[in-house]
Design a protein. Structure first.
Length: 445
């Protein structure tokens, strides 16, 4: 009886937390919410394990496992996501801790012997499943194999240790790049060709522009700067973000990935990774590339020759070499000279809001949907935003009048924010056993 009371209390907390999309005000709040989410998940796992083997069904075993993961995603995803977008360093650090906790917890979940035995006991009954249920069971057993559950206890523990270290190193690698603050000093007058609005946004210290490596600054320098040395400096600095520290991390990551594939009996790391892809194995990928290369090589060589010739003509030097930092600049130059297409002029006709309006109109007509912006009422509807730049939209089906989901848009660069284009799934779509529907939520960054 006491156990049921405890379980009921925890699940009520889960239901409340599950609906909570508020942004944590403090690191302690973020950590507490994440820890509660995993505590709730652990209770649900214990419930699955406790089901008597003779009473196992899809719903109380595989379905319950899927329910647990859907609840956990809804509870913890937004918290971990803050590591990539929040302006407060202490919140980002706490979110990074949440990401590490999730990584370790997921590895423990995949090697939970009692849970594995529960799932395998059900799978061994050869249940007559079809459609998504059959696929879910098949993929669950595949994932257990990839987690090392068919290995000896000693090898399984070794694999678990390796995978946890990999998770830690991968998070550290990404964090180092995200928080890199490299500034490239470029003398005033040596950013010729770069759009004036970009130059106007740069700080000048001791006669040097302070060029940052966020894409809205880095990109236009490579695209339009006619000074080769300036392009070289910026391109090399961008390539070396996080420096030697990340080189050492990457070397260790590669070594550990090899150890994982070896322990699991895969020929290569590529075979392990591609098993989950359409290609299924490394040989299929290699065969595809071997067939593709001769098809594209002839055109590629012609394009390369045109790029090299454009640089030599531009610099009046028939022997000058062509470097990676030249590619985009001369691509833009050829496009302008040959086809009278000036990307900077085109850009003037494509301000951000016009692009969004056009994209929304096209996709609304194509898919029969409607976007409704709710940014201005985000706070009062219980979905506050993590920064003033963020916008929030609902997606509705125009035929049924049913809401399909929501998405955040966070487009502008800022210090310590994720610096490239990406999409995060924050809440997955889910239809619960009682028929209620959890709508998907995503973020475009």
């Amino acid at each position: 009886m006491l156990r049921q009371i405890i379980l009921s209390t925890v699940l009520v907390a889960t239901a409340t937390l599950f609906a909570d999309r508020t942004i944590p005000a403090t690191p302690a709040e973020l950590t507490a919410r994440v820890e509660l989410a995993f505590a709730n998940a652990d209770v649900e796992i214990a419930e699955i394990i406790a089901v008597p083997n003779e009473q196992r069904t899809f719903n109380n075993t595989i379905g319950a496992l899927d329910d647990m993961m859907a609840r956990l995603d809804g509870d913890a995803n937004l918290m971990a996501f803050m590591a990539y977008v929040h302006s407060d360093a202490s919140i980002r650090e706490a979110a990074q801790g949440a990401e590490q906790l999730w990584s370790d917890w997921s590895i423990d979940l995949g090697t939970n012997v009692d849970l594995y035995n529960a799932v395998k006991t059900y799978a061994d009954t050869n249940p007559e499943l079809t459609g998504e249920q059959a696929r879910m069971l098949k993929h669950t057993m595949r994932d257990y194999r990839r987690s090392g559950m068919s290995l000896s206890i000693e090898d399984r523990e070794q694999l678990k240790t390796i995978q946890k270290e990999l998770g830690t190193l991968t998070i550290e690698f990404d964090t180092n790049i995200r928080e890199d603050k490299t500034i490239v000093p470029i003398p005033v007058g040596e950013l010729t060709g770069v759009p004036q609005d970009v130059i106007d946004g740069l700080e000048v210290i001791d006669g040097n522009y302070q060029v940052t490596l966020d894409y809205p600054t880095f990109g236009p320098v490579l695209d339009y700067c006619s000074v080769s040395e300036s392009r070289r400096k910026v391109r090399f600095a961008y390539s070396k973000r996080a420096g030697l520290e990340n080189v050492l991390l990457l070397e260790r990551i590669i070594k550990l990935r090899d150890e994982v594939s070896d322990l699991l009996g895969y020929a290569t790391t590529a075979d392990y990774e591609t098993e989950l892809k359409m290609s299924k194995n490394a040989a299929t990928v290699a065969d595809f590339y071997n067939k593709l290369r001769p098809v594209v090589r002839k055109k590629a060589e012609k394009d390369w020759a045109e790029l090299v010739e454009a640089k030599r003509k531009d610099l009046n030097d028939p022997t000058v070499e062509f470097f990676p930092y030249d590619f985009i600049y001369y691509y833009e130059k050829i496009k302008n000279d040959k086809f009278s297409v000036d990307s900077q002029k085109v850009q003037e006709y494509l301000p951000l809001q016009n692009v969004m309006d056009g994209l929304f109109e096209i996709t609304q007509n194509l898919y029969g949907i409607e976007y409704r912006e709710v940014t201005m009422i985000a706070e009062e509807r219980g979905t506050p935003l993590w920064h003033d730049d963020v916008r929030l939209f609902e997606v509705w089906d125009t035929n049924s009048g049913k809401q399909l989901g929501e998405f955040y848009i966070d487009l502008h660069p800022r210090d310590n924010k994720y610096s490239h284009a990406a999409q995060w799934g924050l809440v997955q779509h889910k239809i619960w056993a009682d028929g209620t529907e959890q709508l998907p939520i995503a973020a475009l960054v």
